[in-house]
Design a protein around this ligand. Structure first.
Ligand code: GCU
Length: 399
């Protein structure tokens, strides 16, 4: 009898321990001690104190680490790309904008992928226009080209009135956001990726899509190819960071509430963790990333290095006050720890020691940040500040 009670007690204890391990931590005092991997030291132990060594050795090393351990490879080659206009309306949005609906087709190994790009260009502003490109992870309703449906997630009129072109594509065309169907997109062009432990998965495919849209935008005489910002919210914000890190043609990056495996430091183990994300979304990152479930300290990189790889190009990260899952403090720390890469380019981001108060954005900077009041979302407040940030960086500094 005694043995049986002891046995039941043991099972109960083991079970409740397991539950605690999987519960997100929202208590700052329970954040473990951690040391971030060194940003400015090469794998051979050489100190990086100028941008030449950074660009020739350290940055490529980091790209490889992120590809091999987290997001997977980014295939560059394909047989052919074509662009055709489904719609070209010079007087859309009551005459305020030109609407181009462009069908981008990418061919590789007898397979074809189609991306439907929606692009509004301001009529009353100087051409070529600077542009924002949204990696849209929230459905086509949010980017309605007819403007019958309007949404703060993609407030096209606001951008047009501010003198910016605004573009979007839907992530599902690149990799459906589902564990059983994600391979029915870019991965049909690169089937070998599916067999590789460091192979591309959905987030990599979405970032790849942003680069194909960039390929098109560089051919459009109405767009200033040197002033294109990539924007993403949450899972889309993980992809916008990865797109800007991999593709240096993006002049500016915005990552809204991107949290775990986005802008937030993994080692803090606050809110969402690697194991949680890999369990719920096993098709977002490479198979190799599973090795770091409950093993954040073993990662050769942390997310501040992802931001560093975008330097000297400006990055804006955000959070929302009700969204502790995305670890606001860990996001701010990530930006701060990316600063040394900017300093190599003679830029001193000078982020304040403490994160700014709620609704007090830091926008006139290379590394910008805000924490907005409210829930996990992409809102008008966010966009208004992204525009200020782009105004500051595009108009006041030449790239
Ligand atoms: C989930 C996921 C997050 C992700 C978010 C979103 O909450 O755990 O990592 O950022 O969905 O995309 O909205």
């Amino acid at each position: 009898m005694k043995g049986l009670i002891l046995f039941i007690l043991m099972i109960y204890t083991v079970d409740s321990l397991a539950q605690t391990a999987d519960k997100p931590n929202y208590d700052e005092s329970k954040v473990p001690e951690y040391t971030l991997p060194e940003l400015l030291k090469t794998n051979d132990g050489v100190k990086v104190n100028n941008k030449q060594v950074w660009e020739a050795i350290r940055r490529p090393e980091l790209i490889r680490e992120f590809e091999d351990n987290i997001y997977g490879q980014m295939p560059q080659g394909f047989d052919r790309i074509t662009y055709s206009f489904i719609n070209d309306n010079k007087s859309a949005m009551e005459g305020k904008a030109r609407l181009k609906e462009v069908l981008i087709k990418v061919f590789n190994k007898d397979q074809k992928l189609e991306i439907n790009l929606i692009l509004f260009i301001p009529n009353r502003a100087k051409r070529p226009s600077p542009a924002f490109l949204l990696i849209n992870n929230r459905g086509k309703e949010n980017t309605d080209p007819t403007r019958i449906n309007k949404s703060d997630f993609w407030p096209a009129e606001l951008l047009i009135d501010s003198g910016y072109a605004i573009a979007a594509f839907n992530v599902d065309e690149l990799a459906p956001d589902q564990k059983d169907t994600y391979m029915n997109g870019v991965l049909r062009l690169y089937p070998e990726q599916l067999a590789a432990n460091n192979g591309m998965r959905a987030i990599g495919a979405w970032a790849w899509g942003a680069s194909r849209v960039m390929d098109y935008l560089l051919t459009d005489p109405d767009i200033d190819g040197k002033q294109i910002a990539v924007v993403g919210h949450s899972r889309g914000g993980k992809a916008s960071l990865w797109a800007a890190a991999e593709d240096q043609r993006f002049a500016l990056c915005i990552t809204n509430c991107s949290g775990n495996t986005g802008a937030a430091l993994a080692r803090r183990q606050f809110g969402e963790r690697i194991k949680t994300i890999n369990t719920k979304f096993p098709y977002w990152f490479s198979p190799n990333y599973k090795k770091f479930n409950d093993q954040e300290a073993l990662l050769p990189v942390d997310q501040h290095m992802l931001i560093s790889m975008i330097a000297p190009r400006p990055v804006y990260a955000t959070n929302a006050s009700d969204d502790l899952w995305a670890d606001p403090k860990g996001t701010y720390l990530s930006l701060q720890n990316a600063e040394p890469a900017y300093v190599l380019y003679g830029i001193k981001p000078n982020l304040p020691a403490n994160s700014p108060a709620i609704n007090e954005p830091i926008v006139n900077a290379s590394l910008a940040y805000h924490i907005r009041e409210g829930k996990h979302d992409l809102t008008l407040f966010d966009w208004i500040n992204f525009i200020k940030f782009a105004n500051y960086n595009f108009k006041k500094r030449a790239f």
